[in-house]
Design a protein around this ligand. Sequence first.
Ligand code: SF4
Length: 344
Amino acid sequence: MTALATSSPSETGLEISTEDTLLRVRNLCKHFPVFSRGFIKKQIATIRAVDQVSFDLKRGETLGLVGESGSGKTTCARTILRALQPTEGEVLFRANGKTIDLSKTPERDLKPLRTKMQMIFQDPFSSLNPRMTVGEIVGEPLTIHRLAKGSEWEERIVEMLRRVGLKPEHRQRYPHAFSGGQRQRIGIARALIMRPSLVIADEAVSALDVSVQAQVINLLKDLQNELNLTYIFVAHDLSVVRHVCDRVAVMYAGKIVEIAPTLELFDEPKHPYTKALISAIPSPDPDIKLDFSIGGEVADPGNLPGGCSFHPRCPECFAPCKTEVPELIRLEKNRQTACHLYTP
Ligand code: SF4
């Protein structure tokens, strides 16, 4: 239950009014202009990679951000962390007892905030410098942010390696000497060594074998409890999300089309796109017949169809879907969906 607390003044005059809310995203947009070729460049289209995304994230919560490739989930995550500059909207983040709007924070003021928000990437090998030892890789953020040096720097690296299930002596070795699962542990150690409060895991276990996936997921859960972490778990694999997340936000063509607690979303999906994604999860029982499938291509965010962006693929499409954009409406306390089949 969300406890109401005295609103905190923000650096920007904005505020988060509940004390257990770490992140509040409001109407976040990331649009990319498309220009014509030739001498005189004219804007001929806009790619709406992220469009009017809103959600809250509580401390200690894990939110899944799911959708097919091209749905905008990774761009959304990168825009929240200010790896990309938002086109519009607010990203309110609690740090050091203040509410800060990351979308408006000048670049020079972002550096100290970056210690509080980190990303874990899909491919641990490509994100690790092969010429650096594991100790240098894990300890580099401490050096960049001048948070530790000398024996303290060493101690924090050793402590972090232990936390992720690696040995202190591993810090002398190079990344190529490790398996895929171990390299992901190195990536996790590097992301967590500055003790962030918000961690975005972008397809963090997608490249791993299923058995290793389970180990890394269990590690992330343990670290969440030990270090009081809040996660956004970006994934296309719903079976992974099901085991990790408290809530799931489903994205299609840059928008959230459904957001709900994980169990409710899987037990009773509302939006036809969510139904299709869940139906596409391979069933271990061959006798279970899926009654819903998804065809066609993901909508092009630079050339979206009118009305509901999903309508050309939707088996439940009816007249208003082709002309009216459905709003994200609240169905129940914790459930929202954007579909003309539902009314508030
Ligand atoms: Fe399908 Fe219409 Fe709902 Fe879009 S609004 S998901 S087309 S039923």
